[in-house]
Design a protein around this ligand. Structure first.
Ligand code: PLP
Length: 414
């Protein structure tokens, strides 16, 4: 595996990083693959593929309940992965790390447990640039409880309107649920400022870290958030595994959500008692190999160095932005001063889906559509955008190929 130290101002050798990702050698319509859709799902390095393979070949059994050796091996690996996640987030205890299917399930868990305490007139604050996963669960909760959903507006550059934010906070605000990075615009939100302000008003804070987790350090103690959610597949790990971090003192007060095996201590027809944290929130057999793969993905990213990767992605962002801006008729949607490696754009009046199809025929994989952020599309008055996004393996050649394919699209639709 490529080793790039975090501390020693590394020279980032992207060709060595790319060699860790077998899928990048695939040919698409006979062309080199320029994979520019990491924001939707990142690719997996060989070390993750092999960790999952090793688990499946040598260690699989159901966890927690088995006295036989194989079950104990599987349990050790699953719980070892939880410890790896705890360390990664700098959570105080493994009791604060709940495995979920992903960010979406983690947010729904909070809405369905903590959310039960809401009363009519309580307020939940979200931002205009949330993914649907951080909108719809709160809307559903508000419908059930009579609480109100308030939305912090944004500016034409795609930055949060901080004055409006301050005005929306009040003693009625029970929760600020906000993304760390907008998946549709790439905007990095000023989490420390947002969290400090929410705290001053006594509100809890949930961070949707789906788009941040692979690009910035997330230390839950420094951030001082109450909940944080992310998905393994945005972090070079498998799909179907994710994490909810929740402050232990809060978790202890929450009712269980899904009922079933593993989340109980005793069951009788008259009374059921519940398991300790975190198992109380993990009903049923979990995605064991997914957790193993997630731990391997964390190891991989930390070996590259999050800061080194983020620096590399930032250089690509600047280079791609500069190249795209030179294309006549191309409009970049989202021009925040602080962005991650995500560029949304439209090209003249070519529908983004048509654009995506042409780009695909040139081997370029970009996402087109509303990116599960329909309010953002409405705000910018576009039905959809094309979105290029970068990861640790993205390179200048990918950008060259994108620019070339956009030229081809203009010829086709010209
Ligand atoms: N939040 C953000 C900001 C996202 O970008 C995504 C996925 O794109 C999600 C939540 C949902 O993640 P998942 O589908 O893995 O649950």
């Amino acid at each position: 595996m490529t080793v790039i130290s975090e501390t020693s101002s590394p020279v980032y050798d992207v060709s060595r990083v790319r060699a860790d990702f077998p899928i990048l050698a695939e040919r698409i319509h006979g062309k080199r693959l320029a994979f520019l859709d990491t924001a939707a799902s990142s690719q997996r390095p060989l070390s993750v593929i092999e960790a999952v393979n090793d688990y499946e070949r040598h260690h699989h059994a159901n966890i927690h309940r088995g006295v036989y050796q194989l079950s104990q091996r599987a349990t050790d690996r699953f719980e070892g992965s939880r410890e790896r996640v705890r360390e990664f987030l700098n959570a105080r205890s493994e009791r604060e790390i709940i495995f979920t299917r992903g960010t979406t399930e983690a947010i729904n868990l909070v809405a369905n447990t903590w959310g039960q305490s809401l009363k009519p007139g309580d307020e939940i604050l979200i931002t205009w640039m949330e993914h649907h996963a951080n909108i719809v669960p709160w809307q559903m909760l508000c419908e059930r409880t009579g609480a109100l959903l308030k939305v912090i507006p944004m500016t034409r550059r795609g930055e949060l309107d901080m004055d409006a934010f301050e005005q929306l906070l009040s003693p009625r605000t029970r929760l600020l649920a906000c993304t760390a990075v907008s998946n549709a615009l790439g905007t990095v939100l000023p989490l420390p400022t947002l969290i400090a302000a929410a705290r001053r008003h006594g509100a809890l804070v949930l961070v949707d870290a789906a788009q941040a987790v692979a690009h910035q350090r997330l230390d839950v103690q420094t951030l001082d958030c109450d909940f944080l959610a992310f998905s393994g597949h945005k972090l070079y790990g498998p799909t179907g595994i994710g994490v909810l971090y929740a402050r232990e003192a809060i978790l202890r007060t929450l009712p269980p959500w899904q009922g079933g095996g593993d989340m109980i201590l005793t069951v009788s027809f008259t009374k059921t008692t519940y398991n300790d944290l975190p198992y109380r929130f993990e009903a049923g057999t979990p995605n064991i190999s997914g957790a193993v793969g997630l731990a391997a993905a964390i190891d991989y990213l930390l070996t590259l160095g999050i800061e080194a990767v983020a620096h590399h992605e930032h250089q690509l962002l600047e280079h791609a932005t500069e190249r795209l801006q030179r294309i006549e008729g191309l409009t970049i949607i989202g021009e925040a001063a602080h962005k991650t490696g995500v560029i949304s754009f439209t090209l003249e009046d070519i529908h983004p889906h048509d654009l995506g199809t042409i780009l695909d025929s040139e081997g370029v994989a970009v996402r087109t559509g509303h990116h599960c952020a329909m309010p953002v599309m409405e705000f910018f008055d576009v039905p959809a955008t094309a979105r290029a996004s970068f990861g640790c393996y993205s390179c200048n050649e990918d950008i060259d190929q994108l620019i070339g394919a956009l030229g081809r699209a203009r010829e086709v639709f010209g």
